[in-house]
Design a protein around this ligand. Structure first.
Ligand code: ADP
Ligand code: ASP
Ligand code: MG
Length: 475
């Protein structure tokens, strides 16, 4: 038997967010079926749904359930409008709406339980967050079937096995491989397209988990890696990975090709177009990755490439893209008594790690009189108190003068594999920002030399991104 070619296609929230979007998605699935022996579809929740669900649970945890009826009707309206517009078969339509309605009712039950308890555990938050993908998978499964394409909706809790780290669960690849193959292969053998949920999994005991916000991309990569598939295509609402977020700079253009280290830095430093965890599984499994636009399907989008040519040269411009992560705070530990004291950094990061916070950027002045790092703004108070506790003795003895946090800042990152071999890039970056009146608060260069990150005041975010994007255009 000739080798079977397998494609995983993931549709993001906007790509399944309305009847019009679903019409494009259906056509994309139909076309893929012509070119590929096997196709698996992974869907996000309809756009806005996960936020609405999580907001409802957060209000409930403060005892507030008065906004629930509005949330219920918004969810019904959004899903039913698409079902009514696209599912011609009455029985299938009514059945689909009943399945979605049951999930909406379970949101109400969960939120009422949360309100009674006065708190939402991470596990309860995942149960709530999972409802979005569970609704959209029934909808997408039904509209694709109604369009005459053989497909079956399956919730990924049945085969994506994770640990119990709710809200940021880690897959058990071994168990997931076995279950995914066991469930999906027989369907694909019969020419049926499995349509499954992104974002969610379950513990071996069956408790629902999520892979973290934006995690449907990661789901597609996990499923691709374990089957294994030949290609994973991420269908989103822009023409692939661009030189920057087109919402900040409308002139941003698509990067036809990007290498793994570049996309890893971009995704990690805030380019929402791809979840950073997506890259590792596809890289390890040697799978192709493409990012493309549901609303412009003939555009080739962005392809991931190995990156370095046999002559060691890197393709493309030196600076390829610029990205921003907002809502960060810089925390500084400073004091003359720190000079030469071993272990300060280790203890500082130990104290940060004990709060479960990850640190996207670290800088240390060569004088060793201060350590400075970024954390997400909402975690800054917890991190500060953990540090104050850890260094109570040094603060008491005046070896450490203070531990403090800035107001909100943004981390701006320029990315390009060619920077490693090109002197003077940071000089250009800083003079451009200086000329454009952007004050740089801190700097860090990625150890891979594929990126330079700098920290600016929140108000300077857009100006910094625009200024550095001009450098790409000019180069
Ligand atoms: P989806 O719902 O399809 O997963 P996301 O909203 O998560 O879509 O990601 C797509 C968005 O990422 C785009 O609409 C765009 O605003 C944003 N984005 C940020 N940086 C970039 C970039 N460098 N290239 C393309 N899009 C980017
Ligand atoms: N629906 C989830 C979220 O909004 C996962 C995703 O869209 O990737 O975070
Ligand atoms: Mg996304």
């Amino acid at each position: 038997m000739p080798e079977q070619k397998t494609l995983i296609m993931k549709f993001g929230g906007t790509s399944v967010g309305s009847a019009e979007a679903l019409v494009s998605a259906i056509q994309i699935i139909r076309d893929a079926k012509k070119d590929w022996d096997r196709v698996v579809v992974v869907t996000s929740a309809m756009s806005g749904v996960t936020n609405l669900l999580l907001d409802s649970a957060a209000s409930a945890s403060h005892g507030k359930v008065d906004s629930l009826p509005a949330a219920e009707s918004a969810l019904r309206e959004k899903h039913f409008a698409a079902a009514d517009a696209l599912i011609k078969n009455e029985k299938l339509r009514e059945q689909t709406k009943a399945e979605i309605n049951a999930l909406i009712l379970s949101l109400v039950d969960l939120c009422k339980a949360i309100a009674v308890l006065g708190e939402a555990s991470p596990r309860a938050m995942d149960a709530v967050a999972s409802l979005g993908e569970r609704m959209s998978v029934y909808l997408l499964g039904a509209v694709v079937n109604d369009a005459g394409i053989k497909a079956k909706a399956i919730v990924s809790t049945e085969f994506v096995v994770t640990n119990a780290h709710y809200q940021n669960a880690h897959p058990d690849f071994k168990a997931t491989t076995e279950k995914t193959r066991g469930l999906l292969n027989p369907l694909m053998d019969e020419g049926i397209i499995p349509i499954t949920t992104g974002f969610i999994g379950a513990t071996p005991e069956g408790a629902i988990t999520t892979l973290g916000r934006g995690g449907s991309d990661y789901s597609a990569a996990i499923i691709g890696a374990v089957l294994p598939a030949d290609d994973v295509w991420i269908w989103t609402d822009v023409d692939g990975v661009m030189t920057t977020d087109p919402r900040i700079v409308p002139e941003a253009v698509t990067l036809p090709e990007i290498n793994y280290s570049e996309i890893a830095e971009l995704a990690y430093y805030g380019a929402k177009v791809l979840h950073p965890k997506t890259i590792r599984p596809v890289l390890d499994a040697g799978i192709g990755l493409r990012i493309c636009n549901t609303f412009n399907p003939s555009h080739p989008g962005t392809r991931l490439i190995a990156g370095v040519k046999s002559n060691g040269k890197v393709e493309g411009k030196v600076i390829k893209a610029v990205t921003a992560i907002r809502k960060q705070r810089l925390i500084t530990i400073e004091g003359r008594g720190m000079l030469g004291v071993p272990g300060v950094a280790a203890r500082a990061f130990g104290a940060v790690a004990s709060t479960g916070t990850s640190v996207p950027l670290i800088t240390q002045a060569s004088s060793e009189q201060s350590i400075c790092f970024a954390v997400p703004s909402e975690l800054a108070p917890t991190v500060l108190s953990s540090l104050e506790k850890a260094f109570a003795a040094e603060i008491e003895d005046d070896d450490i003068d203070r531990v403090w946090a800035t107001e909100d800042v943004s981390i701006i990152t320029v990315v390009g594999a060619g920077m490693r071999h090109t002197p003077g890039v940071s000089g250009r970056v800083f003079s451009k920002l200086g000329n454009d009146g952007v004050n740089v608060l801190a700097i860090a260069q990625g150890s891979s030399e594929v990126s330079i990150s700098l920290v600016v005041d929140a108000v300077d975010t857009e100006n910094a991104v625009k200024a550095l994007h001009e450098l790409i255009v000019a180069s």
